[in-house]
Write a protein that binds this ligand. Sequence first.
Ligand SMILES: [Zn+2]
Length: 458
Amino acid sequence: MKRTAYCASLAVSTSLALLACAGDPDVVGTAEAVRGGGGKADGTEIPADWNRLIAHTRLEIDFGAMAGLATVVFEPSDSGLASFEAGGLEVLEVYSDVGALPFERREGNLHVETGPSDAPIHIRYRFEVQTSSTGLGPAGSTVIWPTYCGNLFPCHSDPADGLTFELAVTGLPEDAVALYPEAITTTTPAYTLAFAIGEYTCQVLGTTTAATEVSVCWLPRGKTRALTGTKHLTPVFDWFETHLGPYAFGDRVASVAADWGDAAAGGMEHHPYWHVATSEMDLPITHAHEAAHGWFGAGVRIGCWEDLVLSEGTVSYLAARALGAVKGPDVEAAQWEEYAEELRVALEDTDDIVWPDSCGEVDLLEDGLWSNVLYMKGAFFYRDVAAAIGADVLDTVFASFYLQYVGEAARMQDMLDHIASETGFDPTELATRWLRSTGNPLDVPTDPSAEPQSDEPR
Ligand SMILES: [Zn+2]
């Protein structure tokens, strides 16, 4: 049972003057501009070493001072060195209970000589507003997915290196509301962590069978859209809990509106208070999608970015499935039509395979893996699996997979193996068709008596 920070602020609507720092060119910087500081006293370099995995990070954020104190607990290790991504941070001091620790900044990373002790270390730093969804945004909410956690706190962005969190945000402008979890006790990727500061009003929508309280929080002039989009969020969340297993991030959840700018869309799986772009607050599918990430993406994390389809494809399928279960088969059918159209549109821009067979080699953004093609092909892959084994059987496969891997990293191949071992149905052919081929399988008839089609990718 976790305590949460936002409930105390429920229904508080204020005339918060948004962030004194927003728009101030003196404090809007890039990672490049703020690197520096640190170093060993004798001038020698501290070798980079990533073998100290992070187990837990406690973050104390002073919002007014744009300063942070990170207390990091490591997994047991023989190494006396620890490295972090910290590209957007000005590191002021690194110390443990026995005193100051030597540290060095190199290529956006922070290297610390921790010594052989497993004692926690403390990193005092300053951070800045980032202008392009790569840290704390000008409107007061954070986005650090996929690899930008180093603009907010010293971290490992590798999704396989999960950790637990404590978070406290102080130094708010008068009457400001900050929405964030005080603790995340299930091991999760670094990008799960977020806070949102703004003129929020929150409303409890309902309570699920498992006694999870579901809320929605909106920004000024956002109430109607927020309540439209979350009308069925409680039963949808209930469906996830009932069909996939116990939620791992506490007994209070919320869809939180995030102002990412006019061009922004989608949402972000910051459990238990996931964010939805203000432009999509009226879309039930977006709320359902982000909620489903509590099970896949945040609950079960991916082993490499190449396995992103295990997160995004799975929840795209589950969002349509849950909405259909709650609102009826016509709604689900319409959602699949929309997905089909989204896939066609996305394929006009990019057409690469969505499940590369490497691990840790692909740059998610630079190499173009992150596209709606991945989300939609992942969803359609599962729809074909469901057609073969039954959607209700696939629900039970997801549930047993989640039970096995919650709090752990998993690969997409693990999911294929799990489907095969649980049901006797080998989904490899469908995975090849949907995840390891280009083109649009929806355009290719599966009926063997149909006209032969060209093999050319389209
Ligand atoms: Zn997603």
